[in-house]
Design a protein around this ligand. Structure first.
Ligand SMILES: [Zn+2]
Length: 78
C-alpha cells in the first residue's frame, strides 16, 4: 500500500522526525474544508491539512518534496 511513497522518498523516511500533532475535529482540509485527517509539515516548517481524499491525492507528491506526514485516516471509521 505504501510502496509508491517509499519509492518516491527513499532514505529520507529514515530521518528522525518530530511527532506531528494528532488531528482534531476542528482541523479542516485546506482544499475542501472537510474534516482533516492528514497533517503535512513541509521542510520549511509550514503545515498543511488534508481530508482523507485530498491527503491520498497529495501525500505522495509532498513526501517526495521532503515533507513529514501524519495520516490519521485510519480513525475515520473508529
Ligand atoms: Zn479535502
Amino acid at each position: 500500500m505504501t510502496s509508491a511513497i517509499t519509492t518516491l522518498t527513499g532514505p529520507a523516511v529514515a530521518e528522525a522526525v518530530t511527532e506531528l500533532a494528532p488531528l482534531t475535529v476542528a482541523d479542516r482540509c485546506d482544499q475542501c474544508n472537510a474534516q482533516a485527517f492528514v497533517r503535512v509539515r513541509m521542510p520549511s516548517g509550514s503545515e498543511l491539512l488534508f481530508c482523507g481524499h485530498h491527503g491520498r491525492e497529495h501525500a505522495p507528491v509532498l513526501a517526495a518534496q521532503g515533507a513529514d506526514l501524519r495520516d490519521d485516516t485510519s480513525t475515520i471509521d473508529a
